[in-house]
Design a protein around this ligand. Sequence first.
Ligand SMILES: [Zn+2]
Length: 204
Amino acid sequence: MSAASPFEADAQGWVAAARRLPSPNFEARPAGAVPTLIVVHNISLPPDTFGGPEIADLFLNRLDCDAHPYFDQHLRGVRVSAHFVIHRDGALEQFVSCDARAWHAGVSNFFGRARCNDFSIGIELEGSDTTAFEPAQYATLAALVKALAARYPIRALAGHSDIAPGRKTDPGPHFDWARLQRDTQLADAYFPCFRQPGAPDATL
Ligand SMILES: [Zn+2]
């Protein structure tokens, strides 16, 4: 018998390896909805600025929107959350139980199924569309994704830009899907939005 991974969610949907910062921005998943999709995002507040407490502050509804013009113009009154945030050093935070519906995807559609928050787990990487992600972030992400895929009936991963095209661009051009697939050893079918260059189109 192997020891449980610290990234394995407990019976209430919380991961031991994560610093727990419960957000009020969640609700129950609709009756019968289970997480079948993992959505990968990037976020930095202000954009392209790393290392501060602002992401957590946003998800905990305590961001000082007078502190920066971007916050004032874009985030005042906004109520959002993700299940997880992975910081630049790989540190993991969890804001919402995996069993609950976090508010990360917004208006979204995954191969014809709308309201992706109903059936997804959202993971934010501290980062931006203009900066490479850190090896420590990929390491945490891979461990988390593997544990989530073992615990929940996950069938696919997608970027926010894949489920909200035209509206969202994250996780952006620097996110390395091939690396995530290599690190997780998940089959091609888990990555319907990502194709290795030169690979034939998947049939869906
Ligand atoms: Zn996003």
